[in-house]
Design a protein around this ligand. Structure first.
Ligand code: DX5
Ligand code: ZN
Length: 221
């Protein structure tokens, strides 16, 4: 059974000159903030890193979910924690046995999660899900915001839902990439718990209305 739906903003496509104000405007409508850290190596783009997380920590009390799209994620765990991050998620594609990484995150007081790129099968993370607070299913190839949702990943969300429910794991299923009210509804039906929204929220003409529309879309019933 999916849990109550939770909504997060990705600040990747926000206007970085007014990041604090833009986050403050939508903060009351969000459950957490999703930080897309990129290294220009694991993904073909650079975004932002520790200083931006630390700056946002000073103006926001939201839970910070830090999506590390980098080749060497564990080296960032300590700095992310110091900057005020609450969770790190790392890609199974760069860390095929994340047992030690999960223990390292927990020893620092961070929550831990694994991420699957669209082509990566669910089986790659299944043996490690009991170590995870969250499974992040990418619905675009990571690196850029404002890409189209890949509906082929919905079967993988459903597979994860089934596995997590049958093993009675507390792992949250998060979906990230191309989320709009329409695609969020599809992902919710497939079993997603948490919804990361970048451009459809931070670039909307009326972000508050966009947040309300997204929330309505994933409401059960
Ligand atoms: C992509 C990032 C996503 C992205 C989402 O690499 O992981 O979090 O910012 O942005 P939208 O919602 O615009 O696809
Ligand atoms: Zn992300």
């Amino acid at each position: 059974m999916a849990r109550p739906a939770r909504l997060a903003a990705s600040v990747l496509n926000a206007d970085f000159a007014r990041l604090g104000e833009d986050v403050a405007r939508v903060e009351p409508y969000l459950d957490f903030l999703h930080m897309d850290v990129m290294d220009g190596h694991f993904v073909p783009n650079l975004s932002f890193g520790i200083p931006v997380i630390a700056s946002l920590r000073r103006v926001s009390s939201l839970y910070f979910d830090c999506h590390l799209m980098v080749t060497n994620p564990t080296s960032l765990f300590g700095p992310v924690k110091e900057a005020g991050g609450d969770m790190v998620t790392i890609h199974i594609e760069v860390w095929p046995d994340p047992t030690g990484a999960a223990a390292h995150a927990r020893s620092l007081g961070l929550d831990f999660g694994l991420v699957l790129n669209p082509p990566t099968p669910f089986g790659a993370v299944a043996p490690f899900l009991h170590l995870c607070d969250r499974l992040l299913v990418m619905s675009v190839n990571p690196g850029f915001g404002a890409q189209a949702f890949m509906s082929g990943v919905l079967d993988k969300v459903a597979e994860a839902r089934k596995f997590i429910d049958s093993a009675a794991l507390p792992t949250d299923i998060e979906i990230d990439g191309g989320i709009t009210p329409e695609t969020a509804r599809l992902a919710r039906r497939a079993g997603a718990d948490s919804f990361v929204v970048g451009s459809a929220l931070m670039r909307a003409p009326d972000p508050v209305k966009a947040a309300q529309d997204l929330r309505a879309a994933v409401k059960d019933g």
